[in-house]
Design a protein around this ligand. Structure first.
Ligand code: ADP
Ligand code: MG
Length: 717
């Protein structure tokens, strides 16, 4: 008999165990039983060929339609071409020098065919596939003599086809011991869930579609609980660290700042502000994610929080994703603070603090001074890029870190902050993002953060209208685009043109795709052609930073009409006079990136326009994504559409076929309620038993379903 953590060799023999380990990294009984079928074939029904993807290792149930043999003169050999069909579409299987297979693969025969999907002369092909025919006459399948009507199709690999995996699974199920149930019994009872033993049997060998569904429902819980237990543990250990308590102080700089705010805070800003103020006041670290549309006023919220920390005599740091943004943040924070940010300067207010910009490319002398300000504590607020949290920068007493516009600021980076406070305390952390995140993704990917949202916009934002410009179908529309830009400039406005590439690097060969349009190529073409006479500037990440700064300033001062740029302008850049944005090769950007980009226009009192120029054809998934961006400017709605359009594997970033990956059954789209429930259950368990010492079954399940070192992948969206 065998249990989940046993190695496979004693059960399967060394040869099969080795093959599974090498091809699929499957080492234990548990690994194999958690290698769930990708889908199921029904005996007598063929697989839909239309769902195949190029490059995927696929297994299809199909019927042989025709067979033909050719001799290849050039390579002295033969090709046997077997055309298989699902009844509608066809797929060619090519066998080199295996003419004898014609004796087996007779027209009319059905079987499973497995191999990597290639395109050859515009038809889909499996090259040298493996196959196993179903022997209808014998009444029993050689494909899988154990399976009933429902035949499991496994994620397979070359040399380890689905039916071989199926046989190994059967051998393991035959000797599997009924172990203690890892999940709390109250939970199984309350949710009406199957126990683990039955669920594992039923997912591999379902007697009916109903029993399969019953099994899946239970095994989804394993995934949701594994992820949520990890996050509950992370939250527990993060929150139990000491942090500097920074309670609000009467008569301090924050009060002075509030007194001179030129506008009323929105209700949302007040509410989130109060939560943050309360978090900062206690001696355990805040870990909060603040999401809100571009322009929703996150910066004021962050600045007010920083001032509360300064009032406690500690320092706050603001990290931006790029140096351009860091510089811009420093400028706008200085402006907002006025005399309150001029400590030590002439005209500085009495309770003023010092705001210091610290970036890698600053002149050595300035940088030394900035480092000194941070280390001595002279600077109450330090603004910089992520380089700030590297060990070379030391702070006198860092109490609070704000990470702006950076939803990829993952666990690793947050861990790096852990002991950056004085006496090894953890600073409070506020991560801000303008990319709204659906609730399930927030719970699953950012599960160790508390989240808050700013849903209403402060007054003064203008609508943005977005239009897809399909140049493959309507080439004349492109001229219209440039006319439109000329018109906007004629009205005294400014425009951005965004390209995916800089253009000073050798263009990468991307298969049949042409290289993406480049800033350094598009800008001169526009200047010489449709935009001649306009003042065109160029901005990208590889310009020296003083040049970047100069270009940004020239654009902000309306000394340039058009800025041709890469996505360096994606976040935070604020030029209210810019009303138009053209995005070239728009299909090469993600939905949220496009949404971010267009947030650069419509920032003044004139409506903005955003034109998405693309060669993608109507009816493709790519065009659907662009149409989604066109259809709504509500970021939350858009993030939901994006989730629907992306394959879920992309979201978790690890669903390569055959590799062990965390979430196989759980859907971030459909299982919201389950995930929320699991989060609460996990929280309650960890609160009582943080190390899961009395829940060994759960602890093992966590390690089995999500490898500890794999938990990181959840971050990489
Ligand atoms: P975000 O960082 O969320 O993109 P910002 O904080 O940069 O947004 O705010 C965008 C603009 O709106 C800024 O010019 C800011 O001064 C202004 N603003 C912020 N809050 C308010 C408010 N409550 N009322 C009016 N204007 C506001
Ligand atoms: Mg901002």
């Amino acid at each position: 008999m065998a249990v989940l953590r046993d190695p496979l060799t004693p059960v399967l023999g060394a040869k099969s165990a080795k093959a599974l380990a090498e091809s699929l990294k499957i080492e234990t009984v548990g690994d194999l039983l958690r290698h769930y079928p990708r889908r199921y074939a029904e005996r007598g029904e063929l697989t839909d060929i239309a769902g195949l993807e190029l490059g995927e290792h696929a297994t299809v149930m199909a019927r042989v339609e025709s067979v033909s043999k050719r001799t290849m003169r050039a390579r002295r050999g033969s090709i046997l071409e077997v055309t298989i069909t699902d009844g509608y579409r066809k797929l060619t299987c090519a066998f080199f020098n295996q003419a004898w297979r014609a004796n087996e693969l007779k027209p009319g025969k059905t079987g499973l065919f497995a191999g990597k999907v290639n395109a050859f002369r515009r038809t889909l092909q499996l090259q040298n596939p493996e196959y196993e025919l179903i022997d209808e006459n014998a009444g029993m399948s050689t494909v899988d003599e154990f399976a009933g009507k429902i035949i499991p199709v496994y994620p397979a690999a070359a040399g380890m086809p689905s039916w071989s995996i199926g046989r190994c699974v059967q051998q393991v199920l035959d000797v599997l011991d009924r172990e203690d149930e890892p999940m709390p019994p109250e939970l199984l009872a309350r949710r009406g869930l199957s126990d683990l033993f039955d669920a594992l049997h039923n997912i591999h060998r379902p007697a009916s579609w109903e029993s399969l569904e019953f099994a899946r429902e239970r095994l989804k819980w394993d995934e949701a609980m594994a992820v949520q237990l990890i996050f509950a543990q992370r939250r527990y250990s993060a929150v139990s660290r000491p942090a500097p308590a920074c309670p609000p102080k009467a008569g301090g700089i924050l009060e002075a700042f509030d007194g001179r705010l030129p506008f009323e805070l929105t209700a949302g800003q007040r509410e989130v502000g109060a939560k943050i103020a309360a978090d900062l006041a206690v001696e355990h670290p805040m870990n909060r994610l603040l999401q809100g549309e571009v322009g929703s006023g996150k910066t004021v919220v962050a600045l007010r929080a920083m001032l509360q920390v300064v009032d406690s005599g500690r320092q706050a740091a603001l990290l931006a994703p790029t140096e351009v943004l860091a510089a811009q943040h420093a400028r706008s924070l200085r402006e907002m603070l006025g005399e309150l940010g001029q400590a030590g300067e002439l005209g500085g207010a009495e309770n003023a603090t010092k705001l210091t910009l610290l970036t890698g490319s600053m002149p050595a002398k300035e940088r030394r001074q900035a480092l000194l300000d941070a280390a001595s504590g002279a600077a109450g607020i330090v603004v910089g890029t992520h380089a700030l949290i590297q060990d070379t920068v030391s702070f006198a007493d860092l109490g609070f870190v704000v990470v702006d516009e950076q939803h990829r600021f993952g666990v690793e980076q947050r861990d790096a902050l852990r002991s950056r406070g004085r006496d090894f305390t953890s600073p409070h952390v506020l991560v801000m993002t303008a990319t709204p995140i659906p609730r399930t993704v927030a719970m699953t990917v950012y599960g160790d953060l508390e989240t808050s949202s700013l849903r209403e916009m402060p007054v003064g934002r203008s609508p943005i209208s977005t239009t897809v410009v399909p140049v493959a179908e309507k080439p004349a529309w492109l001229d219209r685009v440039w006319q439109r830009i000329v018109e906007e400039v004629g009205k005294g406005h400014q425009a951005y043109v965004v390209c995916p590439r800089i253009g000073d690097e050798p263009a990468k060969n991307q298969g049949d795709q042409r290289p993406a349009l480049a800033v350094l190529e598009v800008a001169p073409e526009l200047e010489a052609g449709p935009l001649s006479g306009l003042r065109v500037g160029v901005l990208h990440g590889r310009l020296p930073s003083d040049e970047k700064d100069a270009v940004m300033r020239a654009f902000a001062d309306a000394k340039l009409d058009v800025l041709v740029a890469t996505t360096v302008i994606e976040v935070g850049v604020n030029v209210p006079n810019a009303t138009a944005m053209v995005i070239m090769d728009a299909e090469r950007f993600g939905v949220s990136q496009l949404h971010q980009l267009r947030g650069r226009v419509g920032r003044g009192d004139v409506p903005g326009i955003c034109l998405l120029v693309t060669e993608a054809l109507d009816g493709t998934a790519t065009r659907e994504r662009l149409a989604a961006v066109e259809s709504t400017t509500d970021g939350f709605e858009l993030s939901r559409l994006d989730l629907e359009l992306r394959r879920e594997g992309d979201i978790l970033g690890a669903a390569q076929s055959g590799k062990r990956s965390g979430l196989k059954l759980l859907s971030l789209l459909r299982d919201e309620e389950l995930i929320a429930d699991a989060r609460e259950v996990a929280q309650a368990i960890v609160a009582e038993d943080p190390a899961l010492g009395t829940h060994l079954g759960l602890a093992h399940m966590v390690s089995e379903v999500v490898d500890a070192d794999r938990a990181e992948y959840l971050e990489k969206t």
